[in-house]
Design a protein around this ligand. Structure first.
Ligand code: ATP
Ligand code: MG
Length: 488
């Protein structure tokens, strides 16, 4: 394979990438053979499947790897390699011996039911597995709740509904109780769908299973509506969330257009990453200002938000603002409710920036600017989470679920399935949980947004920003980017 192509082959004895390999690192995922010697293997039952006869190279070679975006570097291209996902020639389970379970944890996200459905159908139809159990109500369901037997019939229509048929909770992660329950029930494949917290929990479950020497595969499917998981191209449900956010933005625009100095303010999800706000803004074309956690803003003074609002209202008679829930948290007053409170999983509870900003804007225009405004605040966050996934997310969820099933059957464990650079891959847990995916405000996408909304960048002349993308890029100094006098 050439440098920059997606798939390379690895030399299994040395675990080095042998093609296009300058400076490449394999991010390997654990396998049963790492800690259980001499396990028997079986032929993959998929070799008798009709799909097998139509695809030239149906089985993925164990040593195929996928390159994360290769970065040009003076010592040659660099990038991470991940194991390519897909069916393997040999599997480590006989279909009759598999007893799988599925659990969903954390907040809701469009597509959860599709992933559940496709794990069940994948196990049944591709591998002839008949025993699949749903764990009711997140991690604590392993030891405190009932289980639900899952069959293709039970899950047949669930992808048309939002939410998760299994229920979900926060908190309640007790690793040894969970692994005891896995052992007691004779479960040997665990599929865990959830966000960063859930994947951290999954890695502890995997470590404990390995410590006990159990032949139990642990497979994660990363879930985050905010698209804040690193390495992967995008997370499932994100596309649906952006689409749904449009509906709220449309409503805000209609409201804003219809009143005197109308302002539509829409709060969308995004605790630490403003991807939904950014993409919804770019998609909508009705948004005059998009505020995200990665880009600090201020209210007063030249180039501040108030001045921009005043100018847009005078120019255009109305405006739409989109704000991600984590934006401007540092500006919110200490006195507001829920300061420094945490949820059951230990996540910091954020203060409601939508309410706060509405109040601030109203106060400013009543007292200081003495202008009549009509502000309508729309908070569609929970509506967005609860809708069923759209067509593209449904396809994506299906492939993620199938990859997870293939990986577990092939004896891989302690991995997350995800799309890397357009190819389905197995990613070790630590890569998913070690950091967060954020909007890089010195990247082109944010610049495109700024040029589409014409909002100020809220960066002052003294702001100095390191461009993190290129090791040797010079530190970039920004001139005053207050672009208020740009015409629209
Ligand atoms: P999201 O934040 O997208 O809603 P999440 O998976 O991050 O999803 P959390 O509520 O943080 O949601 O965590 C879900 C589950 O994972 C909970 O049951 C929680 O106890 C467990 N968990 C979270 N963080 C950890 C951790 N560091 N170690 C072990 N378990 C964890
Ligand atoms: Mg989380």
């Amino acid at each position: 394979a050439k440098i920059g192509s997606y798939v390379s082959r690895m030399d299994s004895s040395s675990k080095k990438i042998v093609t296009g390999d300058a400076g490449y690192v394999l991010e390997d995922v654990p396998h049963f053979s790492d800690y259980i010697p001499d396990l028997p293997t079986y032929s993959n039952p998929l070799q008798d499947h009709p799909a097998y006869s139509v695809v030239k190279q149906y089985f993925v070679h164990d040593d195929d790897t996928v390159t994360q975006k290769a970065i040009a570097h003076k010592n040659g291209p660099r990038g991470l390699h991940f194991r390519r996902a897909g069916p393997r020639q040999k599997v480590y389970f006989e279909p009759d011996e598999v007893h799988a379970c599925i659990v969903t944890c954390g907040g809701l996200c469009p597509g959860l039911n599709t992933v559940i459905r496709e794990i069940v159908c994948g196990l049944y139809h591709m591998y002839g597995v008949k025993k699949v159990l749903g764990i009711d109500g997140g991690y604590k369901g392993f030891y405190s709740r009932n289980t639900v037997p899952l069959t293709p019939k039970v899950v047949n229509d669930i992808h048309k509904r939002g939410g998760t048929i299994l229920g979900t909770t926060r908190g309640g992660h007790d690793t040894s109780k969970i692994v005891d329950s896995i052992q007691d029930r004779g479960i040997n494949q665990v599929y865990i769908i959830g966000g960063d917290g859930t994947q951290k929990g999954a890695s502890f479950i995997f470590e404990e299973i390995k410590r006990r020497g159990l032949k139990v595969a642990v497979a994660g499917i990363p879930k985050t509506i905010d698209n804040d998981i690193p390495v992967i191209d995008r997370s499932f449900g994100f596309d649906t969330a952006v689409e749904e956010a449009q509906r709220a933005i449309n409503a805000a625009h209609v409201e804003a257009e219809s009143g005197e100095n109308g302002i539509g303010l829409v709060k969308v999800m995004g605790r630490y990453s403003g991807f939904i706000a950014m993409y919804a803004t770019l998609a909508s074309r009705d948004v005059d200002c998009c505020l995200i956690p990665e880009s600090p803003f201020y209210l007063e003074g030249p180039c501040g938000l108030f001045e921009y609002i005043e100018r847009r209202l005078k120019e255009n008679g109305h405006m739409v603002i989109v704000i991600a829930e984590g934006a401007g948290q540092e500006l919110l007053s200490e006195s507001m409710q829920s300061a420094d409170k945490k949820d059951a999983s230990g996540n910091k509870l954020l203060r409601d920036v939508g309410l706060w900003l509405s109040q601030k804007i109203k106060e400013h225009f009543a007292k200081k600017a003495k202008m009549i405004i009509n502000l309508k605040h729309i908070d569609p966050t929970y509506m967005i989470r609860a809708v069923p996934s759209n067509a593209s997310d449904n396809v994506y969820c299906t492939l993620l679920a199938q990859s997870a099933v293939h990986g577990a059957m092939a004896g891989y464990t302690g991995f997350t399935s995800g799309l890397v650079n357009g190819r389905h891959s197995y990613i070790p847990f630590y890569r998913i949980t070690e950091k967060q995916n954020n909007v890089v405000i010195t990247d082109r996408m944010w610049a495109r947004l700024l040029s589409s909304t014409n909002q100020p960048s809220f960066m002052s002349a003294k702001d100095v920003i390191e461009d993190k993308r290129e090791d040797e890029a010079p530190t970039r100094h920004f001139d005053n980017q207050c672009n208020l006098d740009k015409s629209n």
